[in-house]
Design a protein around this ligand. Structure first.
Ligand SMILES: Cc1cc2nc3c(=O)[nH]c(=O)nc-3n(C[C@H](O)[C@H](O)[C@H](O)COP(=O)(O)OP(=O)(O)OC[C@H]3O[C@@H](n4cnc5c(N)ncnc54)[C@H](O)[C@@H]3O)c2cc1C
Length: 946
C-alpha cells in the first residue's frame, strides 16, 4: 500500500445547476438542498465603473504626526545601536574591560534578536499602539541604566534592556507604517519611519479574544524564545573565548559549542513543529521573497555592525583620534545613510521596484568594504572618506528596502511576523558577527604582535587599544616597536574587513528570488465569477501592487451554496504557497483535518471489509485532506479583499476588444469595465468559456454524468447517535467511504468538529447525457437503494435522509470533452469554467486553488499587459494536461466507487490498491509545478524578444 493517500471524493458539497441559466450561484442559493446556510459576504452597490479609493488610512496632519513620532522613536533606538561603536574604545579604557567589548554590542543585539519574534507575535495579537509605547518605555529604562552605569557589568545589563525595547520600537514602527498607508506609499515612509501619536489603527486590537495562558505561551513561542537565548549566549561565549582566553580545543569551548549545537537543534525542531505559533514560521520562510529578504538582511546588517564597531577602533587606535573625532568622522557613513534611506524609498516608489535599490546596496557596500582593506597607518583623509561615504550610500540603498518585502507581499498579521523574521536575521547576524570579528581580530593581533613588535606586552597593548594607542605605547616602547604595534593593528583588522566584504558580496545572491514589484503601470485584471476559483485568485493577486484586480459576480452577494468541500494535500500546498494568510483561511473557516480515510465495501460477499485505508501516520505525517464548509471558506478567502474591488450583481454578458488591446466588459445591467486581462472563473456554465473556445465548440457544454447525489449536514451529536460512535469521532476523525452496487455513501466532519456531512449518491443510467440538473428523490427510493447495506448504515440513512417523503438531489456534471485550450489572447478560463469534474476525487476545488497559484505567480511576474498574455499561455500549457487528466480519472473513479460494471472488483480482491488512484493528484509538487510554469513563461518571453 502506498503511503501517500488521501480521502476519495466525499461527493459532498452540494450545488445545483438548473438548466438553461448562467447565473448558477444565485440559483444554487435558492435551490439548495436546504441544509446549508449560504453566507453572504459583502456586496458593492452596482457601479458604472470600478473606482479605486483607499480605505480608512490617516491623512494630512495626522499622517504627518505619525511619521514624525515614528522618526523620533526609531532615531533614538538606531542611534543607540551605532553610537556605542564609537564610544566603545573609550568605555573599555575607562572600565578596563577590553574583554567585554563583544558583549556591549552583542548584549544589545542578543535581547533584540531573541525578542524579535516575541514582538512580532505580540503585535499580531495585541493593541499595536500600547505595545509600541511600552517598548519605548523599556528602551528608555535601558538607556538610563547605561548612562548611569558604574561598571562594565551594569552597562551590559543596560544594553540588554535597551535592546529589548529597541526591537519593539522598530518592529512596531514598520507595522504602523503598513497600517497607515497604501502599499504604493510605504517605501518612502518606511525610509522616513514615523510615529504613534494619535494612531488610529484600522485593524482592531485582538485583546478581546479570550485565550488561556497556555495558549498565550504557545502563541508567543515562549519555549522557543527561552531556548534560543542560552543557545546564542553559548555561541557568543565560545566565540569570545576560543583562540584568545582558551584554546579552541579547550573543553570549555567544545562544551559551549556542543550545547549551542544541541539547543539550536531543539529550537529548530520546535520551529518546524510549531507551525504558525513558532518564532520563525516555516511557511513564511518557504516564500522565496521572504527567505531572500531575510538572507539579504542577515548579510548586509552583519557587514554594517562589523564596520560600525571596527572603523572607530581603527580611527582611535591606529589614527590616534579621540572618541569624539572618530564619531565626527563616522558621520561620513551615517549622514549618507540618512540621505540615502529616503532616496532609496523615493526611488522604489517612483520605479515601483525595490530590488534595484537592494542590488545597488549590495554592490556599493562591497566596493566600500573592499576599499577598507587598504586602511592602514597614514591612510589619506580622501581615501577613508570615500570608503565611508560609499559604505553609507550602500547601506542607505539596501538596508531599509528589504523591509519592503514583507510589507508588499504579505497581508494582515503576517506583515508583523515577516518583518520580525527579517529583523531577527539582522540582529542575530549582528550579534554573531561582532563576536566572530572580535575573535578573529584578537587572535590575529596576538599573532602579529609576536612577529611585528616582539618587545611589546600584548596585554598592555590590548588594554590601550582604544584611543591614544600611539601616545600610550610611545611612553613604554621605542618608536620601532610602536610602529610594529600599529602595523599589527592594521593587519589584525584585515580579517574583519574581509568578513564585511564577503557578507556584502553574499547579500547579492538571492536577488533573483526577490519579487520584482512594479506599481507604476498596473496591469488591469478582471475576474468574472466569485466562487472558490475567483475568490482564491483575487486573494493571491492582491499581493502584487502592480496588478489592479477586480472581481465581478453575477449574484447579488458573494456566497457559496452547499455544504463541505474536501481540500486535499495538493490544494493545501497551493494555499500555503499563495501566502500564509490564505492557508489560515482554512483554519478560520473551521476546517477539520482528517486523520485518515477508510474505504469499505457495502454490499455482496465481504460486505463490511476495508478495501483501502490511509492515515496521517501511514502518509509519513503528511496532511491528507481537510473538510471545510464552503460558505465559511469563501467568506474567509474574501475577508481581506478590499470592498471596492468586489462587484456583485455584475453578470458578464459580452466582451469587446478596445483600443490598445484593452478589453471592455459589458454586464447585464448595462455597465462596463475596462481591463487588460479577463479571467473567467464563472463556473460550469461559463460565459467566458464560450468566448475562449467559440460558442459552437462541442467542448463548451458540460455533460450529465448520470449520477445523482443527496446530502445532509447534521449536528455532531445527532450524527454520532445515528451513524455510531466508532465511525463519527472528533478525536479520531476519519472520512468513511462506502462502495455499494450502483450506490455510494460518505461521511466526514467539519465546522471545528461540530458538524457531520452525510452524503449518498447513486447511478441512474437514463439520466446520463440528459439535460437534467436537479431532481427529488423519495424516501422510498432511498430506502430501496440502501436496503442491502450493513444494518447500522440502513438505520443511519433512514434517520438522516428519509424523515421527509422527498429529499432534494442534484446530478453530477462534468466537462466530458476536454477543451483544446484554456486561453485566447488576453482571456483565460479557470476552475469549473475550464475543467468541471465529477466530485469523486475531491479535486474540482483543489484544481481551482492550483490554478490560482499558477496563474497568480505568472501574472505577478508580468510587468506589462503583453507579458501578462504570455503568462496566460504558460498557464494554459502547464495546467491543461494535469486538469484534464484529473477530470478523466474522476469519471472512472466514480464508476468504481458506485460499483458500476464490476469495476470495483479488482480493488476489492486486492485491498490496499484503490487509493493509489489519488496519488498523482495529491503528490504533485505544487511549488515545482508553478516553477515549471514560470520557466515556460520566461522561455516564451525569450522567444518573443529573440
Ligand atoms: C457535489 C459536489 C462535491 C464536491 N466536492 C468537492 C471536494 O470535496 N473537493 C473539491 O476540491 N472539489 C469538490 N467539488 C468541486 C468544487 O466544488 C468545484 O470545482 C469548485 O467549487 C469550482 O469553483 P468555481 O469557482 O470554479 O465555480 P463556481 O463555484 O460554480 O463559481 C462560479 C461563480 O461564477 C458566477 N458566475 C456564473 N456566470 C457568471 C457571469 N456570467 N458573470 C459573473 N459571474 C458569473 C456564479 O454565480 C458563481 O458564483 C465538488 C463539487 C460538487 C458538485
Amino acid at each position: 500500500m502506498q503511503d501517500s493517500r488521501v480521502a476519495p471524493e466525499n461527493a459532498a458539497a452540494e450545488r445545483e445547476h438548473p438548466a438553461g441559466t448562467t447565473d448558477s450561484a444565485e440559483k444554487r442559493g435558492t435551490q439548495d438542498t436546504g441544509h446549508a446556510t449560504p453566507a453572504p459576504i459583502r456586496t458593492t452597490p452596482p457601479a458604472e465603473k470600478s473606482e479605486e479609493h483607499e480605505p480608512d488610512y490617516p491623512t494630512g496632519l495626522k499622517l504627518f504626526m505619525i511619521g514624525l513620532g515614528l522618526c523620533f522613536a526609531v532615531l533614538c533606538s538606531n542611534l543607540d545601536r551605532s553610537i556605542l561603536g564609537v564610544a566603545t574604545p573609550q568605555i573599555t579604557t575607562e572600565f578596563g574591560s577590553f574583554g567585554d567589548i563583544g558583549w556591549y554590542g552583542s548584549a544589545y543585539l542578543l535581547t533584540s534578536c531573541c525578542s524579535q519574534m516575541f514582538f512580532g507575535k505580540v503585535y499580531a495579537h495585541f493593541d499595536v499602539k500600547r505595545i509600541f509605547l511600552s517598548a519605548l518605555a523599556v528602551f528608555e529604562i535601558g538607556s538610563v541604566l547605561c548612562a548611569a552605569a558604574p561598571s562594565s557589568d551594569c552597562l551590559i545589563v543596560g544594553r540588554a534592556v535597551a535592546g529589548l525595547g529597541a526591537t519593539g520600537i522598530s518592529t512596531g514602527a514598520l507595522l504602523i507604517i503598513s497600517r497607515s498607508m497604501p502599499v504604493s506609499q510605504r517605501p518612502k515612509y518606511t525610509a522616513m519611519i514615523g510615529a504613534a501619536m494619535g494612531v488610529r489603527l484600522p485593524e482592531k486590537s485582538r485583546q478581546d479574544k479570550a485565550i488561556s495562558w497556555a495558549q498565550f505561551a504557545r502563541k508567543l513561542d515562549l519555549v522557543g524564545n527561552i531556548i534560543l537565548l542560552p543557545a546564542v549566549v553559548c555561541l557568543l561565549l565560545a566565540l569570545q573565548w576560543g583562540g584568545t582566553i582558551y584554546a579552541w580545543n579547550n573543553w570549555r569551548c567544545i562544551l559551549l559549542l556542543c550545547i549551542f549545537g544541541v539547543v539550536s537543534l531543539v529550537w529548530a525542531v520546535i520551529q518546524v513543529r510549531g507551525g504558525d505559533n513558532s518564532t520563525v514560521p516555516m511557511r513564511l520562510l518557504k516564500i522565496r521573497s521572504i527567505l531572500a529578504a531575510t538572507w539579504f538582511a542577515f548579510c548586509i546588517f552583519g557587514m554594517l555592525f562589523i564596520q560600525s564597531y571596527y572603523v572607530p577602533i581603527w580611527f582611535q587606535a591606529v589614527g590616534g583620534d579621540s572618541a569624539y573625532t572618530a564619531g565626527i568622522k563616522l558621520l561620513a557613513t551615517t549622514a549618507e545613510m540618512t540621505v540615502f534611506f529616503p532616496i532609496a524609498g523615493l526611488m522604489t516608489t517612483a520605479m515601483g521596484y525595490y530590488v534595484p535599490s537592494m542590488i545597488a546596496g549590495s554592490v556599493v557596500s562591497a566596493i566600500a568594504s573592499g576599499l577598507m582593506l587598504r586602511f592602514g597607518v597614514g591612510t589619506s583623509t580622501a581615501y577613508w572618506a570615500v570608503a565611508l561615504v560609499l559604505s553609507g550610500v550602500g547601506f542607505g540603498f539596501g538596508g531599509q528596502q528589504c523591509m519592503m518585502v514583507p510589507q508588499t507581499i504579505l497581508q494582515g498579521d503576517d506583515i508583523a511576523l515577516g518583518t520580525s523574521v527579517i529583523m531577527f536575521a539582522e540582529t542575530l547576524s549582528g550579534s554573531v558577527f561582532l563576536a566572530v570579528s572580535e575573535n578573529v581580530f584578537e587572535t590575529r593581533l596576538m599573532r602579529e604582535l609576536t612577529v611585528r613588535a616582539p618587545a611589546a606586552n600584548p596585554a598592555a597593548v590590548i588594554a590601550n587599544r582604544a584611543s591614544g594607542l600611539r601616545s600610550a605605547m610611545s611612553k613604554l616602547y621605542d618608536p620601532q616597536t610602536v610602529d610594529g604595534i600599529l602595523d599589527s593593528f592594521v593587519e589584525a583588522l584585515q580579517p574583519v574587513w574581509i568578513t564585511g566584504l564577503v557578507l556584502a558580496a553574499l547579500s547579492l545572491i538571492p536577488w533573483r528570488d526577490t519579487v520584482m514589484i512594479p506599481d507604476s503601470a498596473p496591469i488591469r485584471v478582471a475576474i468574472s465569477g466569485g466562487g472558490l476559483a475567483g475568490a482564491s485568485l483575487i486573494r493571491a493577486l492582491l499581493k502584487y501592487s502592480h496588478i489592479d484586480v477586480h472581481i465581478f459576480e453575477s449574484s447579488a452577494a458573494f456566497k457559496e451554496a452547499g455544504m463541505a468541500v474536501g481540500v486535499t494535500r495538493n490544494a493545501l500546498a497551493a494555499l500555503d504557497l499563495m501566502g500564509s494568510s490564505a492557508a489560515q483561511c482554512l483554519e478560520r473557516a473551521g476546517a477539520v483535518a482528517m486523520r485518515g480515510v477508510r474505504m469499505l465495501l457495502a454490499e455482496g460477499a465481504g460486505a463490511g471489509s476495508v478495501i483501502d485505508e490511509a492515515d496521517y501516520t501511514t502518509s509519513g505525517g503528511q496532511r491528507l485532506t481537510s473538510i471545510v464548509h464552503r460558505a465559511d471558506f469563501l467568506r474567509e478567502l474574501l475577508a481581506d479583499v478590499p470592498q471596492e474591488r468586489m462587484h456583485a450583481s455584475k453578470k458578464l454578458d459580452r466582451v469587446e476588444e478596445g483600443p490598445g488591446q484593452s478589453l471592455t466588459l459589458h454586464f447585464a445591467d448595462g455597465t462596463t469595465h475596462e481591463c487588460d486581462i479577463l479571467v473567467g472563473a464563472d463556473g460550469i456554465h461559463s460565459t467566458v468559456r464560450k468566448l475562449v473556445l467559440g460558442a459552437d465548440d462541442p467542448a463548451v457544454s458540460p455533460r450529465n454524468s448520470g449520477m445523482w447525489t443527496a446530502m445532509t449536514l447534521q449536528p455532531y451529536a445527532a450524527a454520532q447517535a445515528s451513524i455510531g460512535e466508532d465511525a463519527v469521532n472528533f478525536d479520531d476523525p476519519y472520512e468513511h467511504v462506502w462502495v455499494g452496487r450502483a450506490s455510494f455513501l460518505i461521511h466526514n466532519l467539519l465546522g471545528n468538529g461540530q458538524l457531520v456531512q452525510f452524503v449518498i449518491a447513486a447511478k441512474e443510467d437514463e439520466a446520463e447525457g440528459s439535460d437534467r440538473w436537479v431532481r427529488t428523490v423519495s424516501a422510498e427510493e432511498i430506502r430501496k437503494t440502501y436496503q442491502n447495506w450493513p444494518p447500522h448504515l440502513v438505520k443511519a440513512v433512514d434517520s438522516l435522509l428519509c424523515q421527509q417523503p422527498e429529499h432534494p438531489a442534484m446530478y453530477l456534471w462534468e466537462h466530458h470533452i476536454p477543451a483544446r485550450t484554456y486561453v485566447s489572447g488576453p482571456i483565460a478560463i479557470m476552475g469549473d469554467a475550464a475543467h468541471a469534474t465529477t466530485p469523486w476525487q475531491s479535486s474540482g476545488g483543489g484544481m481551482s486553488l492550483e490554478d490560482s497559484l499558477v496563474l497568480s505567480t505568472l501574472l505577478g511576474r508580468a510587468t506589462t499587459p503583453a507579458e501578462a498574455r504570455l503568462a496566460l499561455q504558460a498557464y494554459d500549457q502547464v495546467r491543461r494536461p494535469r486538469t484534464q487528466r484529473i477530470v478523466e480519472s474522476s469519471r472512472v473513479t466514480g464508476a468504481i466507487l458506485t460499483g458500476a460494471d464490476g469495476l470495483a472488483q479488482p480493488y476489492v480482491k486486492e485491498p490496499g490498491t484503490l487509493l493509489r488512484r489519488w496519488d498523482f493528484i495529491i503528490d504533485l509538487d505544487v511549488e515545482q509545478h508553478a516553477k515549471e510554469a514560470v520557466e515556460l513563461m520566461d522561455q516564451l518571453k525569450r522567444e518573443g524578444t529573440a
